[in-house]
Design a protein around this ligand. Structure first.
Ligand SMILES: CCCCCCCCCCC/C=C/C(=O)SCCNC(=O)CCNC(=O)[C@H](O)C(C)(C)COP(=O)(O)OP(=O)(O)OC[C@H]1O[C@@H](n2cnc3c(N)ncnc32)[C@H](O)[C@@H]1OP(=O)(O)O
Length: 305
């Protein structure tokens, strides 16, 4: 799959990328009014794990993660998200995307821990490339991206939200958001740390990253991790209102400004993508790291039972 940032996707995606986009079921019975929103036009955007509800009239697509039970970022979900975003981005009908969850109570549980445990270096390489690719595509998107965070949003979930232009979080004390990697015995790569610093500042990041803090909504708002906290049933409507505010600005000026603000952070990764992959692979392959992750995953599984 030829993507601007050069990621290689799983063999089946490379051979038949759209094989990942079968089984499309839009999350509503009627297509949106207007050309790009209906029939086959709509079908092209969605996939098994990513529902897309396009509204050509407003130029906004609502993209819902659907990887139950917790939208963990498996290689398949990462790949489908990148492909869906690329397709929306390439369709000039659309100027904005709202990212949200189709799974109850969870926006995304972050990286799929089963992708990080007990696999081989080739798998970790492929997986980390896909993580980098999704981050670059969202962080540098020319579209307006609004995160409608309708559930728990730890680690990789928070990373997706941070790459958006604006974040709206449901006011439920169980919906924590933040980068808790240290609690799993792993560290946050520099480019995600930079994104955190860009959003909440250096001192707050220094504390939150070391402590692995997960913030409840009121604290997330206070620290500047999210822009609005609203009642749960108003998350999507608020995200749409925010989107309208951002779309009121001429695209070219907004896009140039976004690039100006984000380029240095993205360039740091682009300059050393391969080294970042090697660091990740050698780090994740360490026995001590594998052990920490397995203990964490086991605790998660036991907590349920
Ligand atoms: C020097 C080089 C530096 C390189 C450094 C590299 C380090 C890389 C770091 C990259 C940054 C990102 C990291 C991550 O994202 S790691 C993932 C962290 N995520 C979490 O800690 C969240 C864990 N999950 C939860 O807290 C809860 O599940 C959640 C609040 C999200 C939902 O709770 P709920 O009660 O609704 O659901 P359950 O806990 O019962 O879970 C249901 C089942 O899902 C499984 N599960 C949960 N999360 C994950 C996950 N992230 N991956 C895989 N599986 C997950 C859970 O075990 C349950 O499974 P079973 O039904 O089988 O029991």
């Amino acid at each position: 799959m030829a993507l601007a940032s050069g990621v290689r996707f799983p063999a089946r995606a490379l051979l038949r990328p759209w094989s990942l986009l079968r089984d499309t079921t839009l999350g509503r019975s009627e297509p949106a009014a207007g050309g790009g929103g209906g029939g086959d036009g709509a079908r092209l955007f969605g996939s098994q794990r990513v529902l897309v509800e396009p509204d050509a009239a407003s130029g906004v697509a609502v993209m819902k993660f659907r990887n139950p039970p917790v939208n963990s970022l498996s290689l398949e979900l990462l790949t489908e998200l990148v492909i869906s975003l690329e397709k929306v981005e390439n369709d000039k009908t659309f100027r904005g995307v709202i990212l949200t969850s189709a799974c109850p109570r969870v926006f995304s549980a972050g990286l799929d821990l089963t992708e990080l445990c007990g696999r081989n270096p080739a798998h970790y390489t492929e997986y980390w490339k896909a993580v980098q690719e999704l981050w670059l595509r969202t962080y540098l998107s020319s579209l307006v991206l609004v995160a409608a965070i309708n559930g728990a949003c730890p680690a990789g979930g928070c990373i997706i939200a941070l790459a958006c232009d604006c974040r709206v979080l449901a006011d439920n004390p169980k919906y924590h958001i933040g980068l808790n990697e240290t609690l799993l015995g792993i560290t946050t790569p520099f480019w995600l740390k930079d994104t955190y610093v860009n959003t909440i500042g250096h001192r707050a990041s220094e504390q939150a990253l070391q402590l692995g803090s997960l913030f409840p909504p009121s604290e997330a708002l206070q620290v500047g991790l999210v822009d609005q906290v609203v009642p749960e049933d108003q998350v999507l409507s608020t995200a749409l209102s925010e989107m309208a505010r951002w779309l009121a600005v001429p695209d070219h000026a907004r896009q140039l400004t976004k690039t100006m603000m984000r380029k240095a952070t993205a360039d740091r990764l682009l300059r050393q993508r391969d080294a970042d992959i090697q660091n990740f692979v050698s780090f994740i392959c360490r026995d001590s790291i594998q052990k920490s992750l397995q203990v964490y995953l086991e605790k998660l599984r036991q907590r349920k039972g």
